[in-house]
Design a protein around this ligand. Structure first.
Ligand SMILES: [Fe+2]
Ligand SMILES: [Fe+2]
Length: 380
């Protein structure tokens, strides 16, 4: 099962989807241990599907997003229970990508609600990190375990080779936004924003604060690299705090102990402070762990100002922009440009309100803005 969870198939009605889920469930021959728990969960899911929303699981009306999410949940859960061999947890420990971002917010709380904003937190001690690690949900912990185990120097090279020819699709920016929005995961449709809504909300907040148009556009597109999930990439290779590979891991990287499982631990030249790089070489020469930041940077790099490209490429590089680590690999340009990465971070992390942006009303403004910087199609 992919990170995006089960994907709706155009030809299946909601009824067929539900029936398929139930068939998978009851088709598995007992005994299997989750049966009793499964039945209770099934009853709950069915109530969720057809109770409060007036949606009848059995009428087969075309599902909207909310219904789809409920059905997807039912399908995934039942599928997993009926066939433990297909358990998705190995590749998709997070219920949804927001779980990682919620964990970031616990580590870096909203300054509006707490202490004054600090772009870097040099005084933060290892102890504090341990507290976040201890209180992290098991799913988040598992996510970091996989991320730190698999994001090796060689893994990053192989993903760059696999994706940076940009030969998968040709899409406009708006089409990519809609494509990303088709990612159906276990978000709660009542309270969680869709991917498209997160992008619009980030952009709108930047616009309200009177920033330049390219900055607004950056907010609009910054997470489009998450379409990697829709290409079948596991969560730990799409999101997560990024960090350099090929040199020693900073001890400010959360869940540092999980690096013990990374094959690079056995490569002495990757374990020195500068590793395969030179002091002050600049982040442009440094390979970061693979994810949505680096991928999108390559998609858009010919079209946006340098400030914007820094924001896109390094917005998940928390060890650098929030912890102040890896300055020995920065060049002067990085030091100047990281001001912009830091300026962008609060918009990314703290603008999520539950007020939904009006997509149809905003679309003309953003289509104009997109056209100002991008050709009608980009290679993805
Ligand atoms: Fe992001
Ligand atoms: Fe984001």
């Amino acid at each position: 099962m992919r990170a995006a969870g089960w994907q709706p198939t155009r030809n299946l009605s909601a009824k067929e989807v539900a029936v398929k889920a139930l068939e998978e469930y009851f088709g598995a021959r007992p005994p299997f241990p989750a049966l009793a728990a499964g039945q209770a969960r099934l009853a709950r899911l069915k109530r969720q599907c057809d109770g409060t929303r007036g949606f009848d699981l059995w009428t087969g009306r075309a599902p909207d997003r909310i219904q789809l999410v409920s059905l997807t949940k039912a399908f995934n859960e039942l599928n997993t229970m009926s066939n433990p061999a297909k358990t998705t947890n190995l590749q998709t420990p997070l219920q949804n990508l927001d779980e990682w971002e919620d964990f970031l917010k616990e580590r870096y709380p909203d300054p509006a609600a707490n202490a004054p904003f600090q772009a870097t937190q040099p005084n933060k001690v290892r102890e504090e990190f341990r507290n976040y690690e201890t209180s992290a949900r098991p799913s988040v912990r598992e996510f970091y375990r996989l991320n730190h185990r698999h994001q090796s120097y060689e893994f990053v090279q192989s993903k760059k080779h696999e994706f940076l020819s940009l030969s998968r699709r040709r899409m406009s920016v708006w089409e990519a936004m809609e494509f990303l929005n088709s990612l159906v995961d276990d978000s709660d449709p009542d309270t969680d924003l869709s991917q498209l809504e997160h992008l619009l909300q980030t952009a709108e907040q930047i616009r309200q604060d009177g920033h330049p148009r390219w900055f607004v556009l950056t907010g609009l597109i910054h997470d489009l690299g998450k379409i990697l999930c829709l290409f079948g990439e596991p969560q730990w290779a799409v999101v997560g705090d990024t960090f350099p590979v090929g040199c020693a891991w900073s001890d400010k990287i959360v869940f540092h102990e999980f690096f013990e499982d990374n094959p690079d631990v056995r490569v002495p030249r990757y374990q020195t402070r500068t590793g395969v790089y030179e002091e002050g070489c600049g982040f442009g020469k440094v390979h970061l762990s693979w994810g949505h930041d680096e991928y999108l940077y390559h998609v858009v790099k010919d079209h946006l100002p340098e400030e914007s490209l820094y924001m896109i490429r390094y917005h998940s590089f928390y060890p650098a922009h929030r912890e102040g680590e890896y300055t020995h690999l920065m060049d002067d340009r990085d030091k100047t440009m990281f001001q912009w990465v830091r300026a962008f971070n609060p918009y990314d992390l703290y603008t999520k309100s539950h007020e939904r942006p009006d997509v149809n009303k905003l679309r003309p403004f953003y289509e104009d803005l997109i056209a100002e910087y991008f050709p009608s199609q980009l290679r993805w």
